[in-house]
Write a protein that binds this ligand. Sequence first.
Ligand code: NI
Length: 187
Amino acid sequence: MEKAAKILAIMAIREVLKMGDPRLLAVSEPVREFGTPALESLLADMRDTMRDLNGAGLAAPQIGVNLRLVIFGMDYNPRYPDAAPVPYTVLINPTLTPIGEDMEEGWEGCLSVPGMRGVVPRYKHLRYTGVDADGLPIDRIVSGFHARVVQHEADHLDGILYPRRIADLTQFGFSDALFPGQDLADD
Ligand code: NI
C-alpha cells in the first residue's frame, strides 16, 4: 500500500488529447535544448502517461506540447498481442527515410482515437535518425512493427492521425466490434 501510494505521488499522468482537438493537427516545432529539467520532466510525464494507458508510443502533441518529440517501446503489450518487442526509445527531431518501396498493412490504434482500430499501410523497412534526451545521435534501421510505430508517432509531429492513412475505410472501426471477445480496447 505504502509503496503504491509513493509511486502514485511521483507519477504524472497527463490528459491525452482526442481526435477533433485542433492541437493534434498542428505541425510541431523542433526541440532546441537538451538535457534540461523541463525536458526530463516532460519525458517522465509522457512515459507515465503511455504506460498507464498501455500505449506503444506517444507523441508530445498528444499531451498538448507542440514539440518534435516522441517516445515508444514495449515488451508485451495487451493492445498489440502479436507484435514483437520494441526497445523503449526517446526520439527527438526525427527524420524518417524509407528503405525500398515495400509497404505492409497492419492494424493500428492510437491513444488519441480511443476504442478504435484501422488497417494502415506503412513502409516495411525504414531508417530513422534523430537525437535522444541529451542530444546524442540515434540512427537505426528497423522493420515491421518497430518501423510502423515510428511512422505512426512521427506522423503526429506533422499533425497526421492514422485514420488519414487508411486506404480502405471498411477496415476501420471500433475494437470491440472488430475483434469481439478480445480485450484489445484497453484505451
Ligand atoms: Ni497515435
